[in-house]
Design a protein around this ligand. Structure first.
Ligand code: FE
Ligand code: CA
Length: 535
C-alpha cells in the first residue's frame, strides 16, 4: 500500500488568487439565508438556455443546478450575463405544477462562477419523486424531475440507472440522451469525458446540421473562458438537457475534461507540473460550474474532491471514483511483464482514496456494490499473438492497486461488486477474475463498459479491435456502435441492456436497439447472456 498521495506542490493561496474565486462566492452559489438581502436587477431574457439539472441524491436531499446564460456561446465565456450578482430562487414540489411545494430557497449567481448556482436542498422525503424550477427576476426555468434515494435500511425492489460517457459534441448528435430522457430511471451515472479539449475544425466536425461555429471553437481548450465556452456548446444540446432534467445524475470526470491521458499533475504533452496544475485548476473550476455537484466538490485551486459514496437503501451503494487526479504517472517501461507497472507502490486511486474505498466496501451492507469509474479494470492483453501488451492508461498500468482491491473484495466477502466503466468508446463486458492468467479461477466481480454517447461518430457493430478484446476469455461482449447502458438492480439480479444507435452523425433521428442483454445473479458474479434483443 503506498503511504503518500501524490501531492500538489504549489501554494494553495496562490492558486485561489490566480483563479479568483473567493470562499464567499462559492458559498453564495450553494444557498443563502432567507433573510439576506437579495441581489436584484434586470435579468436578461431567456437565461436558462443551458437547462437545469440535479445530482448527488441522498435519502433526504439533492443538489440542484442551473447556470444563467442568455447567450451561451458568447466568446468571453460569460454566457451573455452582466458582471454582477443576481439572486436566483428555487422551488421543489411533489407535483409538476408546483401545487404542493416541499422546499424553496435562494442562491446567488455570481460572475466568478459563470452565474451557476448549486443549491443543496435538504429535508426531503426518501425514495420520492420531486419537481424543481428556478426563478430569476421574471424568468422561470423549465421544470426538472428528480428523485431522492431510499431511506437507510429500506429495501427497494428495484433501482434503474443509465450509464454514459465520452460525448465529443463535434462527433455526432446526442441521440442516446433522447432515449434516456424517455426512460423510467432513478439515476444517470456519467463516467467521464463530458467535454473534449480539442479544437473543432472542418476536419473533425462530424455532427451534421450544426451550423457555422465561430473561430473561438477552433483552438485547443486551455483557458477558463475556453473551458466555459466548451461546456456551453456541449450543454446547448437539447437531448442532453432533457436527460439532465429527467433524473438526478452522479458525475465523475476522466481525462478530457482537462487534457488527454493526464496523470495527476503530469501532462503527457510536455507541460511542466506547475503549468499543468494551472490548467487543471481552471478546467476543474469550469467542470464544477457546469455540473450538479455538492459543496464537497468545490475545487480549491488544482484540487477537487470528486470521489464520494451514494447509498440507495440496502439495495445498492455507489462508490464514485476518481482515477485521474491522484494516479502515478505512466511507467517508463511501457508495461513489459514484471516491469514498473507492477510496482506495489503504484496506485491509480492514490493512498487516501484506496483506504476510503476499502473501508467503505468492508463496512457496506448493500446487496450491490457499484464502482462508478473511468477506465477499464479487467486485464486486457492487446497482443493477439504469443506476446502480451497492456494499456498503461487503464488499471493494467496499476496491477498492484487492482490486486489490493480484489483482495479486499475476496478477503471481506464484499457482496456483488459491479464495476461500471467508460473511456474506450465501445460497449464491452467482462468477468473480473481472481487470477486473469487462469480462466478457471473464480470470477469475483462483473464489469460493464459503456460505449461513447458521441465520440468516434457513427461506429459499427464490429471493427478491427474486436479480435483483441474477445481474445481475452473473460471478455463477453464487444460492440463499436454509439449508445449507453441501462441497468436494473433488484435484490436477486442485475440486468444490463447495451443500447446501440444505427447512426448519430447525420441527424438525431437514429434508431435505438438493444444489442445485448446480460443477467448477473446476486451471489454469482459474472455475465449470463439473455436472448431476445428488443428490435
Ligand atoms: Fe473518451
Ligand atoms: Ca478517456
Amino acid at each position: 500500500m503506498p503511504t503518500t498521495d501524490r501531492n500538489t506542490s504549489l501554494n494553495r493561496r496562490g492558486f485561489l488568487a490566480l483563479t479568483g474565486i473567493s470562499a464567499a462566492a462559492f458559498t453564495m452559489g450553494t444557498g443563502v439565508p432567507a433573510h439576506s438581502a437579495p441581489s436584484r436587477g434586470p435579468v436578461p431574457a431567456d437565461p436558462y438556455r443551458l437547462g437545469v439539472a440535479s445530482g448527488d441524491p441522498t435519502h433526504d436531499g439533492v443538489v440542484l443546478w442551473t447556470r444563467l446564460a442568455p447567450d451561451p456561446l458568447a466568446e468571453d465565456g460569460h454566457g451573455g450575463m452582466p458582471r454582477r450578482d443576481l439572486t436566483v430562487e428555487y422551488e421543489v414540489a411533489t407535483d409538476a405544477r408546483f401545487r404542493r411545494v416541499a422546499a424553496r430557497g435562494r442562491a446567488v449567481a455570481v460572475p466568478e462562477l459563470a452565474h451557476a448556482v448549486h443549491p443543496h436542498v435538504k429535508g426531503l422525503d426518501p425514495g420520492r419523486e420531486y419537481f424543481y424550477r428556478f426563478r430569476a427576476g421574471g424568468e422561470i426555468s423549465p421544470v426538472g424531475r428528480t428523485r431522492t434515494a431510499p431511506a437507510p435500511g429500506a429495501e427497494p425492489d428495484r433501482l434503474s440507472f443509465a450509464m454514459t460517457s465520452c460525448q465529443a459534441w463535434y462527433h455526432g448528435h446526442y441521440t442516446a440522451y433522447r432515449d434516456i430522457a424517455e426512460q423510467d430511471i432513478d439515476l444517470v451515472l456519467f463516467l467521464g469525458d463530458y467535454i473534449y479539449e480539442y479544437g473543432i475544425t472542418a476536419a473533425n466536425l462530424r455532427r451534421r446540421g450544426a451550423g457555422d461555429l465561430s473561430g473561438a471553437h477552433a483552438a485547443a481548450v486551455v483557458t477558463l473562458e475556453q473551458y466555459r465556452l466548451r461546456y456551453a456548446l456541449t450543454k446547448s444540446d437539447p437531448h442532453l438537457q432533457a436527460a439532465h432534467a429527467r433524473a438526478p445524475w452522479l458525475v465523475t470526470t476522466d481525462d478530457h475534461e482537462v487534457e488527454n491521458n493526464y496523470a495527476a499533475d503530469a501532462s503527457q504533452y510536455g507541460a511542466t507540473p506547475e503549468d499543468f496544475q494551472r490548467r487543471r485548476a481552471v478546467a476543474y473550476r469550469a467542470w464544477y460550474e457546469n455540473q450538479p455537484l455538492g459543496e464537497g466538490s468545490l475545487p480549491s485551486g488544482p484540487d477537487m474532491l470528486l470521489y464520494r459514496r451514494a447509498p440507495f437503501g440496502r439495495l445498492a451503494e455507489f462508490n464514485v471514483l476518481d482515477t485521474r487526479q491522484y494516479r502515478h504517472d505512466v511507467p517508463s517501461d511501457g508495461g513489459v511483464p514484471g516491469g514498473e507497472h507492477t510496482d506495489p507502490a503504484r496506485s491509480i486511486l492514490g493512498a487516501r482514496q484506496e483506504e476510503w474505498l476499502y473501508s467503505g466496501l468492508r463496512d457496506s451492507s448493500a446487496t450491490w456494490n457499484v464502482l462508478a469509474q473511468q477506465v477499464v479494470m479487467a486485464e486486457i492483453d492487446r497482443d493477439t499473438g504469443d506476446g502480451v501488451t497492456y494499456s498503461m492508461d487503464q488499471w493494467d498500468g496499476f496491477t498492484a492497486n487492482r490486486r489490493r482491491l480484489f483482495d479486499t473484495i475476496t478477503g471481506h466477502g464484499v457482496a456483488n461488486p459491479l464495476v461500471v466503466t467508460g473511456d474506450i468508446h465501445r460497449h464491452a463486458a467482462a468477468e473480473l477474475k481472481a487470477d486473469f492468467a487462469d480462466p478457471d479461477s473464480p470470477t469475483i466481480g462483473t464489469e460493464l463498459i459503456t460505449t461513447s454517447v458521441a465520440s468516434d461518430g457513427d461506429g459499427s457493430d464490429t471493427d478491427n479491435l474486436e479480435p483483441i478484446w474477445l481474445g481475452n476469455p473473460h471478455v463477453r461482449l464487444y460492440n463499436a456502435r454509439r449508445g449507453y447502458v441501462r441497468v436494473s438492480l433488484t435484490p436477486t439480479e442485475a440486468t444490463s441492456e447495451f443500447k446501440v444507435l444505427d447512426h448519430i452523425e447525420a441527424d438525431d433521428a437514429g434508431t435505438v436497439s438493444t444489442a445485448t442483454r446480460f443477467v448477473t445473479e446476486a451471489g454469482r458474479p459474472g455475465l449470463n447472456p439473455v436472448s431476445g434483443g428488443d428490435q
